[in-house]
Design a protein around this ligand. Structure first.
Ligand code: ATP
Length: 245
């Protein structure tokens, strides 16, 4: 890895309901400006890792019981989720958490709570990346297709002008064509806006198409990590995660 990390997670343990240990000494880093993929099977603890970083575990009776999380060089474990958004970290949750009863435009306006300056230019930027959202700007988000909802969820993150986006399974439930379209835009946003990303995916092939570095987790721990070029040559990774022989 080259650039300094924007996110450093060191040896964290996470426990739900005081008894169920889900993360067991997990460490990872996201270098500034890069896309890092976090892969692993169902239930490995990927979403839990993102929730630990954005301080959302308490909503589910969970907690980080050991280890440290540093964002932009600062310990952020005591910041509330909205304070984290203000400091530049935006979590796009699994299942496209958008306001279904609000229009596309209104959903973007609702994401401006984290901003101090004008948001108009950010709306233009969102619509530049996602022109079909622009044509649907007056439509209630609940009536959008799955792909458009995912675009809106990412658009909301862009409004906040983050330094780091946590992206939880953006490919979930989308057709291969849409997945490709959305990942092309994710790669453009990373390159053009210099936003770092921690990308959780079940679809390893598409994650590796955009990521610089990958971590693979099983049962709450990282079991393999490395630059994507190396991982795609690793026989076990090819067989078990990429479905290639
Ligand atoms: P998926 O792709 O299925 O979301 P994941 O790798 O993101 O998988 P997590 O959602 O982080 O996995 O879940 C990891 C483990 O933690 C699972 O065994 C799950 O049952 C457990 N878990 C998740 N949320 C809670 C919760 N609120 N209370 C108790 N256990 C939980």
């Amino acid at each position: 890895m080259t650039a300094a990390p924007i996110l450093e997670v060191t040896n964290i343990e996470v426990i739900y309901k005081k008894t169920i240990q889900v993360l067991r000494g997990l460490s990872l880093a996201v270098p500034k400006g890069e896309i890092v993929a976090l892969l692993g099977s169902n239930g490995a603890g990927k979403s839990t890792t993102l929730k630990a970083v954005s301080n959302l575990l308490s909503l589910e009776n969970g907690a980080v019981s050991a280890g440290s999380i540093r964002f932009a060089g600062t310990d952020v474990s005591t910041l509330r989720p909205h304070e984290l958004v203000r400091s530049g970290l935006f979590h796009v949750m699994e299942g496209r958490r958008i306001f279904e009863d609000l229009t596309v435009d209104e959903n973007l306006v609702a994401a401006t709570y984290a901003r101090t300056g004008s948001a108009a230019a950010r709306f233009d930027l969102v619509y530049e990346y996602f022109p079909n959202l622009h044509t649907r700007r007056g439509v209630r988000a609940g009536y959008l297709s799955g792909g458009e909802q995912q675009m809106l969820a990412i658009g909301r993150a862009l409004v906040a002008e983050p330094q780091l986006i946590l992206l939880d399974e953006p490919s979930l439930g989308l057709s291969p064509k849409l997945v490709e379209e959305i990942f092309t835009i994710i790669a453009r946003i990373n390159a053009e806006q210099r936003v770092s990303m921690l990308l959780v995916e079940q679809n390893a092939a598409i994650a590796f198409a955009v990521a610089n570095y990958g971590y693979i987790m099983e049962s709450g721990r990282i079991v393999i990590d490395g630059p994507v070029e190396r991982l795609t040559r690793d026989q076990d990774v090819r067989e078990f995660y990429l479905g290639l022989g």
